[in-house]
Design a protein around this ligand. Sequence first.
Ligand code: NDP
Length: 318
Amino acid sequence: MKYNHLGRSGLQVSELSLGTWLTFGPTLNFAQARECVHFAFDNGINFFDTAEVYSNGVSESILGKTLKDFNRDEVVVSTKIYWGGDKPNQIGLSRKHLIEGTKNSLKRLKMDYVDLLFCHRPDKHTPLEETVLAMDQILRQGLAFYWGTSEWSAEQIEQAFKFAKEYHLIAPTMEQPEYNMLARKRVEKEYVPLYQKHGLGTTIWSPLAAGILTGKYNKGIPQKSRLDRVSWLKKEYESYHLLEQPVFDKIDKLMRLAKELDCSPAQLAIAWCLKNPNVSTVILGASNLDQLKENLKAAEVKERLTDNVMARIEGIIA
Ligand code: NDP
């Protein structure tokens, strides 16, 4: 396993990491999740991602329990704050919710601190200054070591850097954006000035576009698949026109290329994300151990993605 510095920071994260959204709790019980976490750790993964909103905190509880099997200084743990409940002050990036939400997450994780703490979305109802000050305060209290954003615009992140610099506050270290062959703009274009100017790291999510890039949806929605189980997500992908024939045609071509390279479409899609030097870590999602085993081999497949192969991929997905 290769380890990358998270942006300009001293922290090293495995280039492949393990996420828990829609898996820890809904599809993987504690024993199954523990098996996945052990397999991941034994194969070099050191970074595990969760959020207060995942299965209403159940994901954090399960992840925290599984990670008790390891030394705390051998793993990097992240959680994300924004959606903590239905009440007015359980949501958003106010100082109150950020601090209370973080403390609640730590209780569920049964940890004294998380390594990475993300503002899960931008909050247009809270002044950015309040959020940056609260994150600085959380870090100075030792509840988290690094803070970052998730799905903020480049402009919002730039403002956070500016405010932090002006008031000598701790600036963000990383962003958690969506990145895959079907969602490229933000990581490949919008954030480029931020990598160069601030050394922003990225922990990217949905490398398989929720499974679409495996080709499993090319002939309809398989029973018990993620888009069968989670109807709002299916609607969202439909609204992005990602469950339509032109996309399936591209995926068919990618599947043929994967066969030529002697790998699976999932491995090809994940390896492609790993090729981007601005990606610090690719967060894998796996609904079972077999998927995790398959996806972890993407690190080996990366070596097969020569310039020529990358150009062929570009020809398909551009
Ligand atoms: P993916 O795009 O990789 O989707 C994972 C899903 O795809 C699996 O649960 C499974 O679904 C299917 N799948 C995975 N591997 C295979 C395979 N080899 N063959 C067939 N199907 C496969 O990643 P996620 O969307 O799960 O995102 C990864 C992580 O990123 C999350 O767990 C979370 O930690 C984080 N995240 C962060 C977000 C944010 O806003 N910051 C948003 C979303 C995710 P199925 O049940 O159909 O088999």
